[in-house]
Structure formats: structure tokens, C-alpha cells
Design a protein around this ligand. Structure first.
Ligand code: AMP
Length: 282
């Protein structure tokens, strides 16, 4: 397992693998890896001969008041996890390697980004689409792996690949959770012990919503209302959004009469956390 910092080194390595007829999977991450990321690496290791993990805190997908500077980083720890899970190469570039002076080309999307995180984080998906396009061009993988934890991101990437005829199979992987239910996230490290307890309102409200759907509730207003009530009872929690959207359009719906995504974003203290469930998975 190697850690490389330059685009040239990645290209050289992938070219060698290609010359041997090997398939390549890509797992894009922002590092500070946990079992959620590990599950993506496992999936890629199973499907492909070689796995590249990108480890890059992408400045372009952070808004001006967001946590770019404080985002946790630990490449040595990440390298150990990637090695343990069968990854072959980590691409860990500096921002200047990805965005040279005068960089001025962007990949943006006019659909799927008007709701949920796209609404709360206006520059986010332009940054995601641009960096993922660049990673796809650098690594040229057969398959790329994304978590359903970032459900809107997964939908946006699938749409981008389709729109721009990128010859890459996109694989969505299930949400990995802590034993008590909290979805694993690099941002969980921001939580102090009281906030860590309070953060359980996210997974509890997701479980409540799922139960309501399982029991036949069709009214989105009723489901959202109960989930909001549960979250609002926690003094350290502040709701960014609790929404139910059509999976295909990411537009809000009022009745559960088609495949839907129920997604939430909640601030616990200063830390913004997300969670979700798909109606189809209930
Ligand atoms: P990040 O490093 O947070 O940008 O995440 C990199 C990839 O890992 C994204 O595709 C995420 O959806 C995925 N991921 C993050 N947390 C989890 C989790 N708890 N379960 C499954 N996938 C995850």
C-alpha cells in the first residue's frame, strides 16, 4: 500500500495496473477514515483487482463559514485502515495539486441540488461534482463507491455520470452506524460527551420515521412532524431540515406514493450532522 501526493504518480501506477489487465475501484473520501469508509473499501476490494482511496479535504465543497480548517486529518491512521481493508493506493494531494493557479473550470448541476444539503450549503455540490470529476479523470476507475449516508450526493453523482457519459459504474453502500445507532462520521469527533449523547436524536428520529412508514403511514407531514417533535425535545439539537423527497427528483413530496428519501440535518451544538432512510429500504 502506497501513499502518493501527485496526479502523475497516480496515473503512472494506474497505467501499470491497466497494462496488466487489472480492474480498478475508486473510493473518494475526505480522510479521517472510520468503519463507514472501510465498508466502501471492502466493497471495492471485493469487486476490483486494485483499489484507490482518495484522501482529500476538498476546499471547494466548503462554504466560507464552514469547518474546512478544523476538519480532522490524520494520514498515518488513514493509511493503516486502508492497508487493513485491502486498499492499494492512497491519493493524498495538497489543494495546490488539485487546484493550480488560474483553475477556472467547474462541474455544476441544476437539478437535484435545490433541496436538502444543496439548499443549506449553496456551493457544496458544485465543489463535490468538480472534485469527483477530476478524481474520475485522474484515476479512470471501472467502479466508484459512495455511501448512502450522503444520499443526495450519491444521487447527484449518478446523475452527473449519466449526463456527462462517464464510463464508470457507481456503487451505493449502506450506512454504517455506531453500536448505539449514530451514523459514523468524521465530524462525530467534534462532539463532547454531552453532545455525543444528544446526537442520538438523529438516529432515534430516523428509527421513528422508519417505523411509521413500516406501519403504513403515508402522510409526509405526519411523519416529519413526529420526527421534528422528537428532535426538538433535545435542548442541544437545532434542526436544519427534516424532509421527505422524491428519490428521482429530490423534490419534496406530501404523500408516500413513490420511492422516497427521508433526510435530516441537525446541528448538535456547532456540529452539523446528517442521517436518512430510503422508503424502499424500510
Ligand atoms: P467523507 O469522507 O465524509 O466525504 O465520506 C466519503 C465517503 O464515505 C462518502 O461516499 C460517504 O457517503 C461515505 N461514508 C461516510 N460515512 C459513512 C457511513 N457512516 N456509512 C457509509 N458510508 C459512509
Amino acid at each position: 500500500m502506497r501513499v502518493v501526493k501527485t496526479i502523475d504518480e497516480v496515473r503512472k501506477q494506474v497505467r501499470e495496473w491497466r497494462a496488466q489487465g487489472l480492474t480498478v475501484g475508486l473510493v473518494p473520501t475526505m480522510g479521517y477514515l472510520h468503519e463507514g469508509h472501510a465498508s466502501l473499501i471492502d466493497a471495492s476490494h471485493k469487486d476490483n483487482d486494485r483499489t484507490v482511496v482518495s484522501d482529500f479535504v476538498n476546499p471547494m465543497q466548503f462554504g466560507p463559514t464552514e469547518d474546512l480548517e478544523s476538519y480532522p486529518r490524520d494520514i498515518d491512521r488513514d493509511a493503516q485502515l486502508v492497508e487493513e481493508h485491502g486498499g492499494d493506493l492512497i491519493f493524498n494531494p495538497e489543494p495546490s495539486e488539485m487546484y493550480h493557479e488560474g483553475f477556472s473550470s467547474f462541474v455544476d448541476m441544476t437539478v437535484l441540488t435545490q433541496e436538502l444539503c444543496g439548499l443549506s450549503r449553496p456551493v457544496h455540490f458544485r465543489g463535490v461534482c468538480t472534485v469527483v470529476s477530476k478524481l474520475f479523470n485522474i484515476v479512470k476507475p471501472d467502479r466508484a463507491y459512495f455511501g448512502k449516508k450522503d444520499a443526495q450526493q450519491l444521487a447527484v453523482i449518478r446523475h452527473m455520470v449519466d449526463d456527462l457519459n462517464m464510463d464508470i459504474e457507481i456503487i451505493g453502500c449502506p450506512i454504517i452506524r455506531e453500536a448505539d445507532g449514530l451514523a459514523k462520521s468524521s465530524r462525530n469527533t467534534y462532539l463532547n460527551p454531552d453532545e455525543r449523547k444528544a446526537a442520538l436524536v438523529l438516529s432515534r428520529s430516523i428509527a421513528l420515521g422508519k417505523d411509521m412508514v413500516k406501519n403504513g403511514e403515508k402522510s409526509c407531514e405526519t411523519i416529519i412532524g413526529e420526527m421534528k417533535k422528537l428532535i426538538s425535545a433535545e435542548p442541544l439539537a437545532r434542526i436544519d431540515y427534516v424532509k421527505i423527497v422524491d428519490c428521482a427528483t429530490m423534490q419534496q413530496i406530501t404523500k408516500l406514493d413513490r420511492p422516497a428519501l427521508c433526510a435530516i440535518a441537525v446541528y448538535i451544538g456547532k456540529t452539523r450532522l446528517i442521517d436518512n432512510f430510503f422508503s424502499e429500504d424500510v
